[in-house]
Design a protein. Structure first.
Length: 181
């Protein structure tokens, strides 16, 4: 049996969100993944850091069987929709304005269209209300402005595993009394 494959990874989910953010923020604003050890914050004055927080199942799995015989392997694909929360830390003197743009456009049709262009099965739902202004002390012990936003997304990953099928069945009649007495 082969290893399971996942159609939508955490990295791809963050890539879809990053694409949206790059379309919203002023040109040249870095958007980076959070919780990356030994990596300093960007040198830019304004930047956004994304941290995957958690995923919550929102419905029962949907199973799809594909019989590829004789030209391809047969598979079982299991769709497991989830609500995913990603924390955005919006840093810098423009963080208030950038936060307003993110929150407003995330909840719009324009935002949904931006996510659709990513090619990943990720849809924006809403942002946690309200965003919070939380000061941040950097490595130089200087206080920076930072706004924190919870972005709530729907992601629809599909996990695919090999599946055996049969091409025929041979039925034999067995006399229970004759065989097991």
């Amino acid at each position: 049996m082969g290893a399971p494959t996942v159609s939508l990874t955490e990295e791809q989910t963050l890539a879809a969100l990053r694409s949206f953010l790059l379309a919203v923020l002023p040109p040249g604003t870095p958007v980076v993944a959070g919780q990356d050890n030994r990596v300093p914050e960007p040198e830019a004055v304004n930047f956004v850091e994304m941290t995957f927080m958690f995923a919550e199942r929102i419905e029962t799995n949907t199973d799809t069987y594909t019989d590829g015989y004789p030209s391809a392997p047969s598979t079982l694909s299991i769709r497991d929709p989830a609500i995913v929360t990603v924390q955005l830390d919006v840093h810098g003197p423009a963080s208030g304005d950038n936060t307003q743009a993110i929150v407003t456009l995330f909840r719009s049709d324009w935002g949904c269209q931006q996510f659709a262009t990513s090619g990943f099965d990720v849809t924006p739902l809403h942002t946690g209300e309200p965003p919070h202004q939380i000061p941040y002390t950097n490595a130089e012990q200087q206080v920076e402005e930072r706004w924190v936003i919870a972005c709530i997304l729907q992601c629809n990953p599909i996990v695919t595993v090999p599946q055996d099928f049969t091409t025929g069945v041979k039925i034999n009649v067995v006399s229970v009394e004759a065989t097991y007495h």
